[in-house]
Design a protein around this ligand. Structure first.
Ligand code: Q46
Ligand code: ZN
Ligand code: ZN
Length: 328
């Protein structure tokens, strides 16, 4: 197996290009594909200041590394979600990466700054963990990018992520989501520009990039992702990709080129009815934004409701236990 560029021994095969690459030329391919996506979708101008949403996982750390290599001023933003050991460890990987490269990492701790964490807050607000988590992250990302005056907020979504999301949105014909599925969402009043520079690269390539660049990242998946439909969609798409290399790329880029435009009006229509949130000022269709409503429910004291049977038991065995575990 020889590198397509230099004919030295290759370390990775990229089936959709029908080619193999050595370390040097694979790393160059990752940077070139990122630069190509940035140019193709007009994501950034030279010298732009970028805020990278960093989770401690391979994609966001690889993205941060590549943006620095490409010469952008890129700072990181890490959100402490309070998901047990997973959050503790992922935070350490993000901090270590920043420290080793002398980069600026902004940290926001959900519990300390907003009074709830994802496991407890989602339960109190009666929302699925990923729904409460996603809503919280989007709000904090937007606020941090606007407060810091960054030109764009970059996320580490790779091609596998985008293909799985597109698959899910198409399966249910969620036209509002399809209208917003694009590698660039331009800045609008109250929202920063959002970009996905890894849109041309596969998940497997991001893992290889990190190994070759000596980037340590959290290997475990978030424990709250169990049952997440996107995992099943990714597996289904991997089977198709195996039979027909390049299918994911064709699916996603075919959508951008030939179909995305048809759904754009659904998104533009939403913009017309936005007004500042009565609590935080972020744009929202109703009086108070979804994040503020979530935060209120997530931090509200939960009354202890006992079933008649439990009540009897608690009378016999002493004080009742609270419905939520102690957060201390
Ligand atoms: S961190 Fe949050 Fe993900 Fe964990 S709770 Fe779900 S959304 S799975 S990217
Ligand atoms: Zn080579
Ligand atoms: Zn609000």
């Amino acid at each position: 197996m020889k590198c397509r560029v230099c004919r030295e021994p290759a370390i990775i095969d990229i089936r959709r290009h029908n080619a193999n690459f050595c370390t040097e030329h694979f790393l160059r391919l990752c940077r070139d594909q990122t630069a190509k996506a940035i140019k193709e979708f007009d994501m950034l101008d030279e010298g732009d200041r970028v805020l990278v949403a960093v989770s401690g996982g391979k994609d966001s750390l690889a993205l941060w590394d590549i943006l620095i290599e490409l010469g952008y001023q890129a700072d990181g933003l890490y959100i402490g979600l309070g998901i047990g050991d997973y959050s503790d460890e992922s935070g350490d990987f993000a901090r270590d990466f920043a420290r080793q490269r002398d980069l600026k990492l902004i940290e926001v701790d959900l519990l300390r700054e907003y009074g709830y964490d994802v496991p407890h807050g989602s339960r109190a607000a009666k929302r699925a963990p990923c729904s409460a988590c996603g809503l919280s992250k989007r709000h904090i990302f937007d606020k941090a990018a606007l407060d810091g005056g960054y030109d764009a907020l970059a996320t580490g979504h790779n091609l596998d992520d985008e293909a799985a999301v597109l698959f899910g949105n198409t399966l249910r014909w969620q036209v509002d989501y399809l209208g917003r599925q694009h590698p660039v969402l331009p800045a609008r009043s109250g929202f920063p520009k959002k970009i996905k520079p890894l849109i041309r690269l596969y998940e497997r390539e991001m893992a290889a990039y990190c190994v070759l660049q000596n980037i340590d990242y959290i290997l475990e998946e978030c424990p709250m992702a169990v049952g997440n439909k996107h995992i099943a969609y990714k597996e289904a798409l991997n089977q198709i990709e195996l039979q027909s290399p390049g299918s994911k790329l064709d699916f996603v880029f075919g959508f951008f080129a030939r179909a995305a435009e048809r759904f754009a009006s659904s998104d533009a229509a939403i913009d017309d009815v936005l007004a500042p949130c009565t609590t935080c000022g972020a744009p929202t269709p109703s009086g108070e934004c979804a994040f503020c409503r979530l935060a209120e429910r997530a931090t509200a004291a939960q009354p202890v409701r006992l079933s008649p049977r439990r009540e009897k038991t608690s009378v016999r065995s002493g004080p009742s236990t609270p419905s939520e575990p102690d957060r201390a």
